[in-house]
Design a protein around this ligand. Structure first.
Ligand SMILES: Nc1nc2c(c(=O)[nH]1)N[C@H]1C(S)=C(S)[C@@H](COP(=O)(O)O)O[C@H]1N2
Ligand SMILES: [Mo]
Length: 494
């Protein structure tokens, strides 16, 4: 209970002073240090809920440790206080070590530990001395026990109340950012997020992914501190002149809208970490030209408000593809989850090398600097691989014999999709009908009419890009540069 109070006080102090909460700081350190397979496993197990799972994990470990320490401290209170102290120091070190926090961020954890230790000290002092009684009865002395329980209960209640207050303050902070983010963007002529005619050829997967359903992948446990009025994105490094732009600057510049399908490198074959949106913003090349990029620059390296980094070749900013700093998504202001106030979107590159959310800085540099995921075993260069997915029928679905649609999506951003083929039970590859070719940077839907005979059937799909390259059948896991293989499902026809 003293441990819980310690954590709660730490969280409250962190919320009040707007530094990373001790739990999130430890969580972020865990995320940064965990080996690649642990992260992949976590993403696979918990998907986008991996952050919640991690928080619950940390709190569970803390609770178990507190229980253990609690038992030991019944005999020797010093152990309890030392235990709380150790956790306080771990929390403090984790918080102070975050790339966006100063040493002061450790204070809440230490404060929490001091309060926890003091309360523990008082609690154990109230306990009856552990002496042998000359009685046969094992019933302890009534009033002492009751007082201990009351004091313990009060401590637990205090921990819950203080922890709750900490959570409430953090909620208010996020609500204030969301309030800013709800200001509408200046209007652009023409429709923005209407589904182009003929692009939607089956119902189950919307051609344009609604913002609320768009996958979310990032290392952030809480949203970074964002004050849109003072926010700026700076372009520096190997440039003629450092330039920086405020949010109002970006909104006042010529805006473009581009449909781009974003995809995570950790998307397994058939996975759901992919989404298609109409992004609105300012062309990156125009902004880089204002800074004047030096010839020796190799990498467009970007940093987020929470210290996350990534980088892609300078060529990708100037080869004509629609790389942009986006401020809008599907006709709305860029949602907080997807990088408000601004993020990078680069067609054809996986998100982990290009799509920095909560953008803060763009540095033109060489390849010596490594983005967040590169030293963690992921490739420096990461063009999106040509892939396809079956969305209808669902894997294992039971169907009545007769005609059924097999349908799904295929993508090869920046190259474009030329052809999609379907194969049943290892037979001939047969061409599917494709939805409208809206842009090479977005996925294409496809549909295939299947005459289903009774039995269990294996269905596979493969796509060919506009360079004439057909996706490989070789199965590879997401690391280090994207999964390959044919998405394969089974259907039972009765
Ligand atoms: N600040 C920040 N930006 C980030 C990341 C991150 O961890 N932190 N993850 C990247 C990865 S791996 C992907 S796939 C995309 C996902 O963008 P989304 O969450 O908007 O779908 O964001 C990228 N931008
Ligand atoms: Mo990703």
């Amino acid at each position: 209970m003293s441990g819980a109070l310690a954590v709660a006080v730490g969280m409250l102090a962190a919320a009040i002073t707007e530094v990373a909460s001790p739990i999130d700081a430890v969580g972020s350190e865990v995320i940064d240090r965990a080996p690649r397979w642990v992260k992949e496993w976590a993403i696979e197990q918990f998907g986008t809920d991996d952050k919640l799972a991690l928080r619950i994990g940390i709190i569970t470990i803390l609770a178990l440790a507190a229980l253990g320490v609690g038992f030991l401290s019944a005999a020797r209170p010093v152990i309890g206080m030392a235990g709380i102290g150790v956790f306080g120091v771990v929390g403090a070190l984790a918080a102070a070590h975050r790339p966006t926090e100063s040493a002061g961020a450790g204070v809440p954890s230490l404060l929490g530990a001091v309060v926890g230790a003091m309360v523990l000290h008082r609690l154990v002092r109230q306990r009856p001395p552990t002496v042998e009684y000359p009685h046969e009865s094992r019933v302890p002395l009534g009033w002492d026990r009751r007082r201990f329980l009351i004091a313990g209960g009060a401590t637990a209640a205090g921990a819950v109340a203080i922890g709750g207050l900490g959570v409430a303050i953090e909620r208010r902070r996020v609500a204030a950012i969301r309030e800013d983010a709800s200001a509408p963007l200046p209007t652009l002529p023409g429709p923005s997020d209407d589904t182009p005619r003929g692009a939607q050829v089956f119902d189950d997967t919307p051609f344009i992914t609604p913002n609320g359903n768009f996958y979310r992948i990032d290392t952030a446990l809480s949203f970074p501190r964002i004050d849109v009025d003072s926010w700026r994105v700076t372009i520096n490094g190997m440039v003629e002149r450092e330039v920086s732009f405020s949010y109002a600057d970006l909104l006042a510049m010529p805006q473009v809208e581009r449909m781009v399908t974003l995809c995570c490198v950790s998307n397994a074959v058939g996975g759901k970490y992919i989404g298609n949106a109409v992004w609105r913003g300012v062309m990156l090349a125009d902004l880089l030209d204002q800074a004047g990029v030096h010839d020796e620059a190799q990498q467009v390296f970007s940093t987020s408000l929470d210290g996350w980094t990534c980088g892609f070749p300078v060529a990708a900013a100037f080869d004509g593809r629609d790389a942009m700093i986006a401020v809008g998504m599907n006709g709305e202001t860029l949602p907080l989850e997807h990088g408000y106030p601004a993020r990078l979107v680069v067609p054809g590159l996986y998100g982990y090398v290009s799509a920095t959310k909560w953008l803060s800085e763009i540095t033109l540099t060489d390849w010596d600097r490594q983005g967040y995921w590169v030293p963690r075993g992921w490739s420096r260069d990461a063009p999106i691989k040509t892939q396809s997915r079956i969305d209808v029928p669902r894997n294992g679905q039971r169907l009545a014999a007769g005609t059924h649609a097999i349908a799904g999506i295929a993508w090869a951003q920046y190259r474009g999709i030329e052809k999609v083929e379907v194969r049943v039970d290892g037979g001939e590859w047969r061409e599917a009908r494709l939805g409208t070719d809206v842009t090479d940077d977005a996925w294409r839907q496809w549909i295939f009419e299947w005459d289903a005979a009774p039995g269990e059937h294996e269905i596979q799909v493969r796509a060919t890009d506009k360079n004439g390259e057909t996706q490989t059948a070789d199965e590879a896991s997401p690391a280090p540069d994207g999964a390959t293989g044919h998405h394969t499902i089974t259907a039972r026809v009765e």
